[in-house]
Design a protein around this ligand. Structure first.
Ligand code: SF4
Ligand code: SF4
Length: 386
């Protein structure tokens, strides 16, 4: 059985205590981490956003993990993440984690460069360009954020490790692994290569809707912790009433042995008692959490395949929100780009024939101007379980 701690936490004022309780509930860290080891605290630094946007790991959750480790004698800590766009130090400052790290005297690891690193055991990917800060550490403590995601439906523990890949190489991965399934296979290889030891999820205020950057903050009120990223992400999916089998990272991560994806083999330990995933969902879940629950990727409506182009979601720009900054154009990993400016000062225009629907542009837009469009009739039909 895999164990995931779930600690109710209604406010970030209580996050430090909630993290401590969660880590105690999974049995502490003594058997997972060595005191002599260099440990990298890996938050989610997707973009330069203040904490109330719920885009990045909240500084109080970071504080909870860092203080817990320091109080237990783990003093060789560093922190950092490689964002898809922008500078790690500037993002750390804006999201509040930088100030907490300075206060606790935890240095920023080197995320200014990376090295090509072979992974001969990889099935989908046998080489990654890994950030120096990751290569220099002995173990990763993953402090992820509970968010919706356009490509993989949710982004949690397993997906957060993608931030160990250096800078623009992340975009190139989207071209190489151009759909949710192929991308999830690559992520499984990356997680098996780096083997993060511990995962703590900030689910106090999650992001729903147009995540992982442009969504809406939503109180879920939980801190989750586990040594098993797939079990943790499976519980996350269940808590937001998304069938974990619709999440490629969970399914493939389970198949590849990254962790446990079978809800019947996951125990949820709360401060009062141990629950099944179904019981935790009934007690702590949020039925109307805004996440993509369409069934078509699961094959339930495979007879609609001839209408694939009509059915599939595609990125679209809300013209009234676009400021023509060009970040989306620069973020597009497709050679030659799949969206371009056609007129000065106007929003860029998509070339859907070239677009691979990786949603890098949507992920990086600072103005919440890009969303996943789907024909409204198809959207309704796709929610029906045939
Ligand atoms: S869609 Fe967003 S990222 Fe692209 S140009 Fe407009 S505001 Fe900038
Ligand atoms: S246009 Fe956007 S979704 Fe399409 S390939 Fe480029 S970044 Fe990905």
């Amino acid at each position: 059985m895999s164990k995931v701690a779930l600690v109710p936490c209604g406010s970030y004022d209580d996050a430090v205590n909630a993290v401590k309780t969660a880590l105690d509930l999974i049995g502490g860290v003594d058997t997972i981490l060595g005191k002599e080891e260099k440990l990298l605290l890996k938050p989610n630094f997707l973009a330069k956003c203040p904490p109330e946007k719920a885009c990045t790991t909240h500084p109080e959750v970071f504080r909870g993990v860092a203080k817990y480790l320091q109080e237990k004698g783990y003093n060789n800590l560093s922190y950092g993440d490689s964002p898809g766009h922008g500078d790690t130090r500037a993002i750390a400052k804006e999201c509040g984690v930088g100030a907490v790290a300075d206060e606790l005297k935890i240095p920023l690891a080197d995320f200014t460069a990376g090295k090509s690193t072979p992974y001969p055991d990889g099935i989908s990917a046998n080489e990654f360009v890994i950030s120096n800060g990751v290569l220099e550490c002995d173990g990763i403590v993953n402090i992820c954020k509970m968010k919706s995601h356009m490509l993989e439906r949710i982004t949690g523990a397993q997906k957060n490790i993608f931030g160990c890949v250096f800078g623009l190489n992340k975009g190139a991965s989207h071209v190489k692994y151009p759909n949710a399934t192929e991308f999830a296979k690559m992520l499984a290889d990356l997680n098996l290569m780096l083997r993060p030891r511990l995962h703590i999820m900030d689910g106090v205020v999650a992001m729903e809707g147009n995540g992982p950057q442009s969504g809406t903050p939503r109180n879920v009120g939980v801190i989750l912790a586990s040594t098993d990223s797939i079990a943790l992400d499976t519980l996350f999916a269940s808590l937001v009433y998304l069938d974990p089998k619709l999440v490629p990272t969970n399914v493939i991560g389970g198949e590849r042995g990254v962790g446990e994806s079978d809800i019947n083999k996951i125990e949820v330990i709360t401060p009062s008692k141990t629950l099944t995933v179904a019981e935790a969902q009934a007690q702590y879940g949020i039925k109307d959490f805004d996440v993509y629950r369409g069934m078509e990727d699961k094959g339930e409506i495979s007879y609609l395949k001839p209408f694939k182009n009509l059915i599939k979601r595609k990125p679209k720009i809300k013209k009234e929100l676009c400021v023509a900054c060009g970040i989306c154009v620069k973020s597009c990993p497709v050679p030659g780009g799949a969206l371009h400016f056609k007129k000065n000062g106007k929003p860029p225009v998509y070339d859907y024939k070239k677009c691979i629907e990786c949603y890098c542009c949507q992920e990086m837009c600072p103005k919440k101007a890009i969303y996943a469009y789907q024909n409204p009739i198809v959207k309704t039909i796709s929610k029906i379980k045939f």
